[in-house]
Design a protein around this ligand. Sequence first.
Ligand SMILES: Nc1ncnc2c1ncn2[C@@H]1O[C@H](COP(=O)(O)OP(=O)(O)OP(=O)(O)O)[C@@H](O)[C@H]1O
Length: 232
Amino acid sequence: MIRFNNVSKAYSGGIIALKNVSFTLAAGEMAFLTGHSGAGKSTLLKLMSLMETSTSGSIHINGTSLSDVTYQQIPYVRRGIGMIFQNHNLLMDRTVFDNVALPLIIEGYSHKETKKRVEAALDKVHLGSKLKSFPSMLSGGEQQRVGIARAIVNKPPILLADEPTGNLDPKLSLEIIRLFEEFNDMGVAVLIATHDLGLIARLRYRTLTLKQGSMINDGLIEGMQTSGANYV
Ligand SMILES: Nc1ncnc2c1ncn2[C@@H]1O[C@H](COP(=O)(O)OP(=O)(O)OP(=O)(O)O)[C@@H](O)[C@H]1O
């Protein structure tokens, strides 16, 4: 599903953001990705969604080697990945329905099919009654759920989330993670980049830890403090 083999990434200017990173995330698996600010978490997610390219090593996503992907094929690879961002990147002048419909409109779905899928996606994130609302009329947690509905509306087998709970209090953060668990229960692979060590300690999922671009831990983190930095 996701396979990194000895992947390194150097940005122009010489910063080495990832060093020989290897891991596999199987179909239907759920894991956290953590590490200090600047450790390379966003870079790792950007490589998977082809927003950046690796300097060396190989990456396979849903069976496709990213080094073989042509510019024209990038949208097909991205179709297999739902992306969720901390600031949710919603269009504030469009309704909730329009925001969630966007990926389907881009792909040329019929109006009827779009309506069916958008309504189903919003039901899954418990926002079925907010179709006509504008994002500014929603709470932070609800806005994040619209972002999640948009990410899952075309049923990708992989969900990648970059600090999805960054702006939310602990209760709302847990609600968002519970939603990810529901998608994971349906067979979707989920990778969540987060600084939130409290969340990681409570939920006890496999955790990939980056430190200055290197993967220093892969597995359950035992005896972790639930406050303060403790990335080893
Ligand atoms: N476009 C870029 N050009 C040059 N350097 C970059 C670029 N993007 C990231 N970097 C550098 O690469 C390193 C890893 O950054 P990255 O954003 O992946 O870390 P992160 O773990 O996601 O950090 P944060 O938690 O603060 O978002 C950092 O040193 C950063 O400054």
